[in-house]
Ligand binder design. Structure first.
Ligand code: ADP
Ligand code: MG
Length: 246
């Protein structure tokens, strides 16, 4: 479903590679966690998967299409069905929960409609359903700035849901949350993943979360894949390799 072929990324002006010859394949139905310490290349990797970052070398194949051969319009179409959730939620604080969730539909609409804030009954019903499924019924008109961190991430997930995603990507979506809330968010993500038959790929720096929820774990170090396998195979040695200095 998504394949990375010899993907390397070198940022302009940098001497080191943020990603080095990454070869990975992801299938529909897999829930994958990507581990690695700060600077390992996790965000760069996630951004490559939906074309937000172009590889300097290699290619990403998405549903059998080479991302580097796609036009900006075709890329937008792919991103429309790729939900994305972030550590800092990337919501609009002064707007309501409903309004934030509706912005998930922007990719599929004209800019005029978006600017004018015109939404059809069906679009509002879809947003309502998404809000309900993340457990925020009753909060539709609440301004996002008045919510807790966990509730904000639920809004982020609802916004991804209205996109009717086939792929869900997360860039450390629970890194700003306390452990209990982080677990609740992962439970929600896992249930949603199973119900919708998604491909889910999430960066996380907490190994326990990865072990508890993921079907597969990938570890990055200095832009290289140093582990790719079942969570139960990720032991002390792999932990030291991933998080140690060497
Ligand atoms: P992680 O998400 O695991 O912390 P990143 O993908 O953000 O890692 O970063 C990988 C490497 O690329 C780091 O060395 C980081 O400093 C560098 N890097 C990330 N973004 C940029 C950028 N926009 N310009 C230059 N270097 C960057
Ligand atoms: Mg990062």
């Amino acid at each position: 479903m998504i394949q990375c072929k010899d993907v390397s990324v070198t940022y302009p002006g940098s001497h080191t590679k943020a990603l080095q010859t990454v070869n990975l394949t992801f299938q529909k139905g897999e829930f994958v966690c990507v581990l690695g310490k700060s600077g390992a290349g996790k965000s760069t990797f996630i951004r490559c998967l939906n074309g937000l970052q172009s590889p300097t070398e290699g290619d990403v194949i998405y549903h059998e299409q080479s991302l580097k051969k796609l036009s900006e319009a075709e890329l937008r179409k792919i991103r429309q069905h790729t939900g994305m959730i972030f550590q800092q939620f990337n919501l609009i604080p002064r707007l309501s929960v409903m309004h934030n969730v509706l912005t998930g539909l922007f990719g599929s609409r004209s800019s005029f409609k978006n600017l004018a804030g015109l939404f059809t009954k069906e679009e509002k019903a879809a947003a309502d359903a998404a809000i309900k499924s993340v457990g925020l019924s009753g909060f539709e008109n609440r301004r996002v700035e008045q919510l807790s961190g966990g509730q904000k991430q639920r809004v982020g997930i609802a916004r991804a849901l209205v996109q009717q995603p086939t792929v869900l990507l997360g860039d450390e979506p629970v890194a700003s949350l306390d452990p209990g809330t982080a677990n609740q968010i992962f439970t929600l993500l896992r249930n949603m993943h199973d119900d919708l038959g998604l491909l889910t790929i999430i960066n996380v720096h907490d190994l326990q979360l990865a072990k508890k929820y993921a079907d597969r774990v990938i570890a990055l170090k200095d832009g290289q894949v140093i582990f790719n396998g079942l969570p139960e195979m990720f032991g002390d040695r792999e932990y030291d390799l991933t998080y140690g200095d060497k």
